[in-house]
Design a protein around this ligand. Structure first.
Ligand code: HEC
Ligand code: HEC
Length: 306
């Protein structure tokens, strides 16, 4: 017997297909949460902060100061109330949220190159890093990046394969949350990342990670592309990114990274929004990738241990 596809499913699939990879950039849609003024605390932390302090770009929280070496002033407080503190977005642990990026454990040389590419415009970030790299004098780069390079990346994201996801929205901090009204929607060819614990993430907890919902079969498909190159479609990643994709010299580690960040990077390198001299080495890897391939590679990388 012939199978007849449900017209509604086709329509929904088509509407996601038209959305390109825009979902990975997470522009703010609405703010549905409000906070009280009470000081917030965390078990095991000597500090307390109000939500206003936590969200102030020049006083982000340092919940567990004993866990890390002293932070350079730029990382902890920014510069002269002009340049935001790096830890506001990248956190004191260097793990970042899906809309920013992980810096923990990347080499200083690699990160310096990114700062220079952001400043020259060879690499474009729609939201933050171009103005930040322009405003922060170069003499501050090295120490800020050394702090992050010395941190160990932690297991940050759990990948769950599924066809449907809770209805959701991009809210405060350009983060995606489950919608309070409930309901489900088809995932389509997307990866959606939700905080494991929204309350802790609102406090900028340095160790509170994410759950990523990815299409059924994407991890296996990504593994095939990443390990064999998919019959010439791309190039096996370990040739440059090293054993376990944990980085090789100044080629960055990509195992265990936020899948949204990876989707943006592969797409940006493909479209030319990220076109630094070293990113050119990635061109041959991305040029023939479809949007499904990009999603599959991101799901696979996120499923690996950092
Ligand atoms: C307001 C948020 C915000 C602040 C503050 C911030 N960043 Fe970023 N940073 C981002 C975002 C967003 C990205 C990822 C851009 C993308 O998706 O391509 C990023 C990416 C980066 C990268 C590239 C990482 C990689 O793997 O290639 C480096 C390096 C970096 N930031 C350094 C810094 C430093 C140093 C500071 C402090 C001076 C800082 N950032 C402050 C938001 C921020
Ligand atoms: C020929 C060498 C080469 C191969 C093969 C290669 N890469 Fe890369 N990749 C690089 C280099 C070099 C960079 C850093 C670019 C820069 O400095 O801007 C990079 C950067 C990246 C980044 C951005 C990391 C970050 O922190 O922003 C991702 C994601 C990535 N590669 C994924 C992949 C995947 C997935 C594969 C396999 C399908 C792959 N790469 C294969 C050389 C390579």
């Amino acid at each position: 017997m012939k199978k007849i596809a449900c017209p509604l499913a086709l329509l929904l699939a088509a509407s996601w297909a038209q959305a390109d990879l825009e979902w990975a950039y997470q522009a703010l849609e609405e703010t549905l949460i409000s906070f009280d003024d009470e000081p917030k605390t965390l078990p095991g932390s000597p500090n307390s902060y109000t939500q206003a302090e936590i969200d102030d770009p020049f006083t982000p929280p340092d919940w567990f100061p004993e866990d890390h070496s002293p932070m350079p002033e730029v990382v902890a407080r920014g510069l002269d109330n002009q340049v935001r503190a790096c830890s506001q977005c990248h956190l004191t642990s260097g793990m970042g949220h899906p809309e920013s990026s992980q810096l923990a454990g990347l080499s200083v040389g690699y990160m310096l190159r990114q700062m220079a590419d952001f400043r020259s415009g060879a690499r474009k970030d729609r939201f933050w890093m171009n103005p930040i790299s322009e405003a922060l004098p170069e003499e501050y780069w090295q120490t800020a990046l050394e702090y992050y390079a010395a941190l160990e990346p932690i297991d940050w994201v759990e990948v769950i394969e599924t066809d449907t996801v809770p209805k959701n929205y991009v809210g405060k901090g350009r983060m995606r949350f489950v919608h309070p009204d409930g309901g489900m929607e088809p995932l389509g060819n997307r990866i959606l990342e939700f905080p494991e614990d929204p309350e802790l993430v609102h406090l900028r907890h340095p160790y509170s990670g994410f759950e990523a919902f990815a299409p059924e079969g994407s991890i296996e498909r990504g593994r095939g592309l990443a390990t064999t190159g998919g019959l010439g479609k791309t190039i096996a990643c370990n040739i440059c990114h090293g054993e376990g994709l944990k980085g090789l010299g100044e080629v960055p580690a990509i195992a265990g990274m936020s899948p949204l960040y990876v989707v943006r990077q592969l797409n940006d390198i493909k479209t030319g929004a990220r076109a630094g001299i070293s990113a050119a080495l990635m061109q041959a890897t991305v040029v023939n990738l479809t949007e499904e391939d990009i999603v599959a590679l991101a799901a696979y990388l996120a499923s690996l241990d950092p």
